[in-house]
Design a protein around this ligand. Structure first.
Ligand code: MEV
Length: 440
């Protein structure tokens, strides 16, 4: 293939069937596999065309299972929490932990801030002191220019809450930022923030270049920051140590509490463990974020940066023992919306939010955090007692059996046979073949 042949031009202008023709021809795919693309289209043309508008170069819909975790009690309110996740056992683990904590006071949660930031990154070749002296005037001009755009948001209790100049010339010649703080009420607010920033950037350089004579200003870029350490939620559970018995396995509750606390410390000090530990938190958080039509990439990017904010990547949860009390706390930044974006347009996300009682953004932050804490508690409890494979493997067996095309009878025979054995693909296949040979 020559370099030119490698490049596909005009792909986005093709209609769906032309796109499929081109791909199948180019990749030499099996004709029969084309039917997969059609099998996953929605039967309602209106719904189907909605999905096609969510993204470009559409081929088909990609299905993910949505399940629910009942008994998630947050601040005395009980929720049935929808979660979209492909990893078997996550919902089972969260359900077990949620039910356990529901009868021990539930999850307590509070949102300590909802501030999001955006930045205008710009260069200024003139004197720093000239820019600093002019900044109060520039700030007024920038704010005035966004007045119409922020009117609706201000009515909803949000808007621009601070505008600051940041001098970064020590790190990069002529580089400055306008750091803008926003409150976006119940919206995630990405479009709102970016629109405000672009208007502010235009006004900034125009005013600087007409009023300040010692140099030249130019915008490098204007964009929200997905790092939202001031949009923070804290969620915790606590109980008497004796009450931990259902999770302590063969250990005494007090031994379990100590071992759990040590595991939590390890996740604070060792990056290899901390990443996996936090992954277990995001099993729950992301599944709620995805179900409710929110941006899980932003949530993940921010959470991991926050986890590394003191210079070492560490876990987002910490366990404490105080006398006979065990307490487990999760603190994480979340930027979620319950209006705008996919929250109203994706029919299943809309439904998920209805199932949660149409929460405001703050409440959704607390519910997502509770799901994260539930999953993480269940994971660390398993790891420090029976190990993780026991729970995982039951679901893993189902996946293997589905891959091997087992029918209901074969599944039940295999489930019984493997109930006290290690589950490995080859072993399951061997046993399944044995049953099939016997049954002819
Ligand atoms: C698996 O998806 C998540 C766990 O690895 C988390 C953990 O190790 O804490 C079980």
């Amino acid at each position: 293939m020559t370099k030119n042949e490698r490049i596909i031009s005009g792909f986005s202008k093709l209609n769906r069937s032309q796109r499929i023709d081109l791909i199948w021809d180019r990749l030499g795919l099996d004709e029969a596999s084309r039917s997969v693309l059609d099998n996953f289209l929605h039967q309602s043309p209106a719904t189907q065309s909605l999905f096609e508008e969510f993204s470009e170069n559409f081929l088909t819909n990609f299905f993910m299972p949505m399940g629910v975790v009942p008994n998630v009690v947050v601040n005395d309110q009980s929720y049935i929490v929808p979660m979209v996740i492909e990893e078997s056992s996550v919902i089972a683990a969260a359900s077990r932990a949620a039910k356990f904590w529901a009868s021990r006071g539930g999850f307590q949660a509070r949102v300590t801030g909802m501030v999001k930031k955006g930045q205008v990154h710009f260069s200024w070749s003139g004197e720093s002191k000239d820019l600093k002296a002019a900044f109060p005037f520039l700030k007024e001009k920038m704010l005035a220019a966004t007045h119409d755009l922020t009117a609706r948001m201000r009515k909803r209790g949000g808007g621009i809450t601070a505008v600051e100049l940041v001098d970064k010339t020590d790190e990069l010649a002529n580089y400055y930022q306008v750091d803008v703080s926003f409150e976006t009420a119940d919206a995630m607010g990405a479009n709102f923030i970016n629109s405000c920033l672009e208007i502010m950037a235009g006004v900034l350089v125009q005013e600087m270049n007409t009023k300040l004579v010692s140099g030249e200003a130019s915008v490098i870029m204007s964009i929200l920051s997905n790092y939202t350490p001031d949009s923070l939620v804290e969620c915790w559970v606590e109980c008497d140590i004796d009450e931990l018995a259902p999770f302590s396995g063969k250990l005494k509750p007090v031994e379990f509490a100590q071992k759990f606390t040590t595991a939590s410390r390890i996740a604070q000090l060792d990056v290899s463990r901390a990443v996996t530990h936090n992954k277990g938190i995001y099993n729950g958080v992301d599944a709620v974020v995805l179900a409710t039509g929110n941006d899980w990439r932003a949530v993940e990017a921010c959470g991991h940066a926050y986890a590394a904010s003191n210079g070492n990547y560490r876990s987002l949860t910490f366990a404490e023992i105080d006398g006979n009390r065990f307490r487990y706390t999760l603190r994480l930044p979340l930027a979620l919306g319950t209006v705008g974006g996919l929250t109203k347009t994706h029919p299943v996300s809309k439904l998920a939010l209805e199932m949660l009682g149409k929460p405001d953004a703050k409440t959704l932050m607390m519910i997502a955090a509770a799901a994260g804490l539930a999953n993480n508690f269940a994971a660390v409890a398993s790891l420090t007692t029976v190990g993780i494979q026991q729970g995982h493997m039951k679901m893993h067996l189902t996946n293997i059996l589905n891959q091997l095309g087992a029918n209901a009878e074969e599944k039940s025979a295999c489930t019984q046979y493997f109930s006290d054995k290690n589950i490995a693909y080859a072993e399951v296949e061997k046993y399944l073949n044995q049953i099939r040979n016997i049954n002819g």
